[in-house]
Design a binder for this molecule. Structure first.
Ligand SMILES: CC(C)(COP(=O)(O)OP(=O)(O)OC[C@H]1O[C@@H](n2cnc3c(N)ncnc32)[C@H](O)[C@@H]1OP(=O)(O)O)[C@@H](O)C(=O)NCCC(=O)NCCS
Length: 159
């Protein structure tokens, strides 16, 4: 007998698949399985997309001193006309000397070369909202208590 009818309070039928037959797994480490799942997600996202398929492309900027020591870096990606910045850091010894501004300009320039016209970045209260404002970024939203007692500020800019 069909298991569905055998137990009306039991498993439900979803798109023809018994939910009890779907086994879920949490993947916390990079693996072939994760890479395969990611590829399927990306393809799935583009299933109903009104724009050409374009995967995120890494954009890193690194700054070195005259001896080649790393003194600053930015990690970001570009996709679908957007530069998304995830991290920016300058060595304490070199701060307030315009290094981060140079790094940001380089990232924006490379993003423009890749035909991006807009930038997204976020920053917590104790990080650098004032820095992004100085570079012409406009705040479009906040999440209060993103970390207990601290607000996350979301910025965008047209380049
Ligand atoms: C934020 C950070 C990248 C700035 O680097 P920097 O090289 O000192 O920045 P710049 O010298 O290019 O600063 C440009 C201007 O922004 C100001 N500014 C720099 N950091 C600022 C901050 N945290 N808040 C407000 N204004 C800031 C500078 O005073 C300068 O202003 P001025 O033009 O009037 O003199 C650096 O302080 C850092 O690595 N902080 C720790 C990591 C971090 O918070 N990263 C940002 C995550 S969102």
């Amino acid at each position: 007998m069909n298991r569905l009818f055998a137990n009306p309070d039991g498993p439900t039928l979803n798109a023809g698949i018994l939910e009890e037959n779907v086994r879920l797994k949490i993947l916390s480490k990079r693996s072939q399985r994760m890479a395969t799942a990611f590829k399927r997600i990306v393809n799935g996202i583009f299933e109903s997309f009104p724009a050409p398929k374009e995967l995120p492309k890494f954009l890193y900027v690194v700054a070195n001193d005259e001896n080649g020591k790393l003194i600053g870096a930015l990690n970001a990606d570009t996709q679908l006309g957007w530069l998304s910045i995830y991290g920016l850091w300058v060595d304490k010894k070199y701060r307030k000397a315009g290094v981060a501004t140079k790094i940001m300009r380089a990232a924006e320039l490379e993003a423009k070369r890749r035909r991006c016209r807009r930038v997204l970045v976020s920053s917590l209260d104790f990080q650098a909202p004032g820095f992004y404002r100085k570079l012409g970024y406009k705040r479009y939203g906040v999440i209060r208590n993103y970390l207990k007692g601290y607000t996350m500020h979301f910025f965008e800019k047209t380049i």
